[in-house]
Design a protein around this ligand. Structure first.
Ligand code: GUN
Length: 286
């Protein structure tokens, strides 16, 4: 049997039609939603990611500003830019693309972003709010994964979810979001003993390691839902995820492809957060 695909492109396009209407409605009320994207250096992958983010803004009518800075930008100069954007009323979301050059303390830069404009959801205030169930901007990638689960009407209550990876950007917030939906959550990582044993118990597996073939078919319970957050290249240079897609799709019930799965959903949730922030600023005005 072959798993059903959860198509991140199709779901994104569907959601973005609604976002275009929301943008128009905000513009009609005097607020043009705006996102500032800061790129430091010339990391090729980051260049592609920020270009896709700016293109997605254009698609739904969100105003976007892409600031490209040289690799040797000082931390003080970057903090000054963030501060200026914090005070810019045309900007509702600020995204500093990671990774940053080594001489810059990324956490310090993230903490400089006003939580009200933290559309990446990386600020410690956003992370703390997610942990305690308070409203905040949720990190876009795990939030996109949750939307994909929602799109197939998957009831998480009482299900066993295994998250492979414990990054602040994906693994940890993913686990918290699944927990909030009453799943029983296991977080696996590089020191986990017998990853296969844990995965075989799972109704839902989220693979977020950043390495090919972390999840193979022998590790998946028949019918499980498999979400692939990875973005890697195979030996031929072709994009692939963390999951051995061709083999795992013979076992899983649902699976997300790479490309065309979580990637577009990450950007879609960035748009959602930016619109929510613009909406908040409108509510604050009235
Ligand atoms: N680098 C890789 N993914 C992301 C992301 O979602 N946000 C930012 N700011 N940087 C990233």
């Amino acid at each position: 049997m072959s798993a059903l695909l959860i198509d991140g492109n199709a779901l994104s396009q569907h959601m973005r039609v609604d976002f275009a209407a929301r943008t128009q409605s905000l513009v009609a009320q005097g607020i043009h939603p705006g996102l500032a994207v800061i790129l430091v250096g010339d990391n090729p992958a980051s260049q592609v990611y920020v270009r896709n983010k700016v293109k997605a803004c254009e698609q739904v009518g969100i105003h976007s500003v892409l600031e490209k800075h040289p690799d040797d930008l000082t931390q003080a100069a970057l903090l000054a830019r963030v501060d200026a954007l914090n005070h810019d009323p045309r900007i509702h979301g600020i995204l500093v693309q990671l990774p940053l050059p080594k001489h810059i303390d990324a956490q310090k830069v993230i903490e400089a972003i006003a939580p009200s404009k933290d559309v990446d959801g990386f600020h410690v205030a956003s992370a703390g709010a997610l942990m305690t169930g308070l409203p905040a901007y949720w990190p876009c990638t795990p939030h996109g994964c949750m939307k994909m689960l929602e799109s197939i009407g998957y009831p998480l209550q009482g299900k066993h979810a295994v998250v492979i990876g414990r990054s602040n950007i994906v693994g940890k917030p993913m686990a918290l979001m699944l927990l909030q939906q009453n799943a029983t959550v296991t977080i696996c990582h590089s020191a986990t003993v017998d990853l296969k044993h844990h995965c075989l118990q799972a109704d839902v597996i989220v693979a977020a390691v950043g390495r090919r073939n972390v999840l193979t078919a022998d590790m998946v319970k028949p019918g499980a839902v498999v979400i692939d957050v990875g973005m890697n290249r195979d030996d031929a240079g072709k994009l692939c995820g963390d999951v051995d897609f061709e083999a795992v799709k013979q076992v899983a019930g649902y699976i997300t492809p790479v490309p065309g799965g979580v990637g577009p959903m990450t950007i879609t949730m960035l748009l959602a957060n930016t619109l929510d922030s613009a909406q908040q600023s409108l509510s604050a005005k009235t």
